[in-house]
Design a protein. Structure first.
Length: 340
């Protein structure tokens, strides 16, 4: 895209089902503040929803900037279009997606528009084969599932990536870093003033890695214990024996028991089980995989045993937990996902 002497840059925010209001607010505020430092209002936007799949009443933004996709698609025939399409997903990984926006996205990309995919929006661009031969950043919660679904793509845990006119971003607070990088590419002359206005010393670069909550939590522990935890993290689908974990951590099984009891007030076996259950809950909440598939992917061979362990730890069965999520009862879950 040629940025020289452009009079305007039109953003289209394509709102997927369950889109992140946090990410949207961060992007819109960045555009608003950027316009304040420009002689003319350079950046404009429209919020677009797929009216075949999402109700206008669920958008929360009720003004002239909100357009249904079916109406907007008609304007393409008249030569109207956008410079950047933001595919804004949310926290719920969808195995099945509406195909309504696909032609709209592909049309703009072929015409030279840039694309931005956040959170589960990465899934849509991957399904359209637009991420081939590009670095792809996605939220760590979806990394394993997307890697399995699209094994040829080069996924990473960076907060965002940019290549060949396409941004992919993990979402959360990393959205602000990505947006500042985008503004810096288009209007670099205002970057320092924009940073000052947003109280940002220096935004993170795209190759910054998403925070690993587990490593951060246990960073003060001994090397042997950290090694054991990392081995457990890396082998959730096919659990290792405690003897093997101890051996590769450089301690005896009894020493491993003592380390866990001393620093974590837990046994290594139970700690390992809890890691697998937390990983299972991520899949229960964030994907539409069957409960049986989730159980097997987390190292449980018997569904009944999985359900019992799950209920003992979380206080409800996997099925109840998934139902509660869709009923809107797990209102605090979004806080846990601001890991970037």
């Amino acid at each position: 895209m040629n940025f020289n002497k452009r009079q305007s840059f039109k953003f289209c925010f394509l709102l997927e089902q369950g889109f992140s209001h946090l990410s949207l607010a961060l992007m819109l505020e960045t555009l608003k503040q950027a316009n304040n430092f420009l002689p003319e209002k350079l950046y404009s936007y429209v919020l677009v929803f797929d009216d075949s799949h999402l109700s206008h009443s669920k958008i929360l933004y009720q003004d002239e900037t909100v357009k249904p996709l079916s109406v907007l698609a008609l304007s393409l025939a008249q030569g109207e279009g956008f410079d950047l399409i933001v595919v804004l997903g949310g926290n719920q990984h969808q195995q099945q997606m509406s195909q309504g926006p696909d032609a709209f996205i592909r049309h703009h990309y072929l015409k030279g528009a840039w694309l931005v995919a956040l959170q589960t929006g990465v899934h849509r661009l991957a399904s359209l084969d637009l991420l081939n031969n590009k670095p792809v950043s996605c939220h760590a919660n979806y990394l394993k599932d997307l890697s399995e679904q699209y094994p040829r793509l080069s996924f990473n845990t960076h907060i965002f990536s940019f290549s060949q006119g396409i941004y992919t971003c993990a979402g959360g607070l990393a959205t602000a870093d990505m947006m500042l990088d985008l503004i810096d590419r288009i209007t670099p002359v205002i970057s320092q003033r924009l940073y000052a206005q947003l109280v940002v010393d220096k935004p993170r670069t795209g190759n910054a890695t998403q925070k690993n909550a587990l490593k951060k939590q246990f960073s003060g522990l001994g090397k042997s214990l950290i090694n054991a935890i990392e081995l457990m993290e890396s082998n959730l689908s096919e659990p290792l024996e405690m003897q093997e974990i101890a051996f590769h951590s450089g301690v005896s099984t009894r020493q491993l028991e003592r380390l866990f009891q001393k620093h974590l007030a837990n046994s290594p076996k139970r700690f390992y089980l809890q890691l697998r259950l937390k990983h299972a809950r991520d899949k229960i909440i964030n994907t539409s995989h069957s409960i049986l598939d989730v159980a097997l992917s987390c190292g449980f061979t018997a569904p009944t045993h999985f359900s019992k362990c799950y209920k003992d730890f979380f206080g409800m069965s996997p099925r109840q937990d998934r139902s509660a999520m869709f009923d809107g009862q797990n209102t605090n879950d979004w806080i846990d996902r601001l890991v970037c």
